[in-house]
Design a protein around this ligand. Structure first.
Ligand SMILES: Nc1nc2c(c(=O)[nH]1)N(C=O)[C@@H](CNc1ccc(C(=O)N[C@@H](CCC(=O)O)C(=O)O)cc1)CN2
Ligand SMILES: Nc1nc2c(ncn2[C@@H]2O[C@H](COP(=O)(O)OP(=O)(O)OP(=O)(O)O)[C@@H](O)[C@H]2O)c(=O)[nH]1
Ligand SMILES: [K+]
Length: 449
């Protein structure tokens, strides 16, 4: 797909749809400069990396707008081709008019993600960097942006490069072993090969483990606030949301439906769900609300179970808490301002939604649960399923290779698994990814990116 299209010069509005102070039309390809010089009726050639003021006139010489134009000469541009940016006033009609004029002069409209796709096909960035450009644009918290920017900078690629090199070296060694087999020269004894496989496997397993946090950071999590009526669920929900979103009253059974709010906790996008208090109820509406609480409980990635210190922990509450075993959850002991903390055989986080006591500790405990063992500042995280699957493919193949050594299977048979591991890593960076899959990935970008 690359070979046939990179000769075209493409054009698109690169700023978001709608009005703005300025808006940018971007061109990339061999004719970008010539088309722009005609479009702006420039009398002297554009110089690379120099902003220049110019007029935008229509075919009859009537002024449409003024613009600032910048030329990036190949290969020192985002795409690696000649790139032109025309910054006009941010009027959608003016920007679309510029695109149309560029097309009349020989450009064609760019597909979604085509600028980045060109950067990829020209080898300026790998697939993890291209995906990270999209993640950066989609970031909803600065923490998400930080991780994406690191990946745009090649943090993931850098992490796997030594693994690839080691695998290639090992393949060379084993291929040589096959050639020399007839001469009965034992190039590498099994223990040595196993150690080298293990040296690649360990960092890849560490990398695989980053996906849990990488996914949470990219996709966010849903946290359900659960507990008996009047425990203070809505009060804690509001405190975490930092606004009076849910109704708080002294009447037990106030919340009747699931109330949701998007918040950021330590840069992780969180959908908080406040729920109706769990209890036996004769009230039909309340029963429906409680059914929804149970759904929220089932769907949540993490459960905040709230107990009221004034009432202690009932047998029923104990059962619910026990049923959360094996799922991420925290038990919050609320109303510490009214009653002392209970002794209990599981960890309790004391809080007062009213005085704010313990809320920082609660946020910290939430973050710890979400991050798991992952260091928050770890760089080069796996952030999507495609990346995870590619690394998993390599890890599984390396495990098979090590098993084969244990089973005394001839070394030349190991090669199949090691090649397979290498293919997994190549898939991660996109060097062996099928065109249809690349098409799907780049089509999820914005037009103009
Ligand atoms: N106006 C403008 N702002 C932008 C971009 C852009 O293309 N244009 N970007 C992207 O869409 C992002 C920045 N990323 C960029 C990445 C590479 C190059 C580039 O031209 N690289 C050349 C030259 C580097 C240099 O001069 O030091 C290179 O790497 O060879 C430009 C922007 C965000 N802001
Ligand atoms: N003193 C004190 N009162 C609290 C605290 N948390 C909540 N309350 C009070 O307890 C009552 C119930 O609070 P809510 O937040 O509505 O409790 P809830 O669990 O959402 O209640 P339902 O919607 O009925 O399930 C209100 O009067 C709150 O002001 C706390 O930490 N200390
Ligand atoms: K209440």
């Amino acid at each position: 797909m690359a070979e046939t299209t990179t000769q075209d010069t493409i054009v698109a509005v690169s700023t978001p749809p709608g009005r703005g102070g300025i808006g940018i039309v971007r061109l990339s390809g061999p004719e970008a400069r010539g088309i722009t010089e005609k479009l702006l009726a420039l009398e002297t050639a554009l110089e690379p990396r120099r902003a220049r003021f110019a007029h935008l006139n229509d075919e009859t010489g009537q002024r449409i707008d003024d613009a600032v134009v910048t030329f990036f000469a190949a290969p020192n541009s985002y795409t690696g081709e000649d790139v032109i940016e025309i910054a006009a006033h941010g009027s959608p009609v003016v920007l679309e008019w510029i695109v149309r004029r560029a097309c009349t002069l020989g450009a064609r409209p760019a597909h979604a993600g085509e600028f980045t796709e060109r950067a990829f096909f020209r080898g300026r960035i790998d697939l993890t960097q291209a995906e990270a450009v999209r993640d950066l644009i989609d970031a909803q918290t600065i923490e998400q942006a930080r991780v994406a920017a690191e990946q745009v900078g090649g943090s993931l690629a850098k992490r796997i490069r030594p693994c690839k090199e080691d695998l290639v070296a090992l393949i060379a060694l084993l291929e040589a072993g096959i050639d020399f087999a007839e001469d009965d020269i034992d190039v590498a004894p099994s223990a040595q090969i196993e150690a080298r496989l293990q040296a690649v496997l360990s960092p890849l397993e560490d990398l695989l483990a980053t996906f849990a946090y990488g996914r949470i950071l990219r996709e966010g999590v849903r946290i359900a606030v659960i507990g008996r009526p009047n425990a203070g669920k809505s009060s804690l929900f509001n405190a975490l949301a930092e606004r009076e979103r849910a109704i708080v009253t002294p009447i037990a059974g106030t919340t009747r439906d699931v109330v949701t709010e998007r918040v950021s906790i330590g840069g992780i996008p969180v959908e908080l769900m406040d729920t109706a208090g769990l209890r036996e109820s004769e009230d039909f509406v309340e029963q429906l609300g409680i059914a929804r609480s149970r759904e929220a409980l089932a769907e949540a990635d993490l459960v905040l179970f709230i107990v009221d210190l004034q009432h202690g922990i009932s047998e029923e509450e104990r059962e619910t808490i026990a049923s959360l075993e094996g799922r991420p959850h925290l038990v919050v002991a609320n109303k510490i301002d009214l009653a002392p903390l209970l002794a209990s055989d599981f960890a309790l986080i004391p809080t007062s939604a009213n005085t704010g006591e313990g809320l920082d500790r609660l946020r910290e405990a939430l973050l710890q649960q979400l991050r798991g063992s992952q260091n928050a500042s770890a760089s080069g995280l796996l952030t999507n399923l495609r990346q995870r699957d590619a690394v998993a493919r390599a890890v599984e193949a390396l495990h098979r290779a090590i098993e084969a050594i244990h089973a005394s299977i001839p070394h030349e048979m190991l090669l199949l698994d090691i090649y397979e591991a290498l293919r997994g890593l190549d898939e991660l960076t996109g060097s062996t990814t099928a065109d249809e899959i690349l098409g799907v990935i780049f089509s999820t970008f914005c037009i103009g990116k």
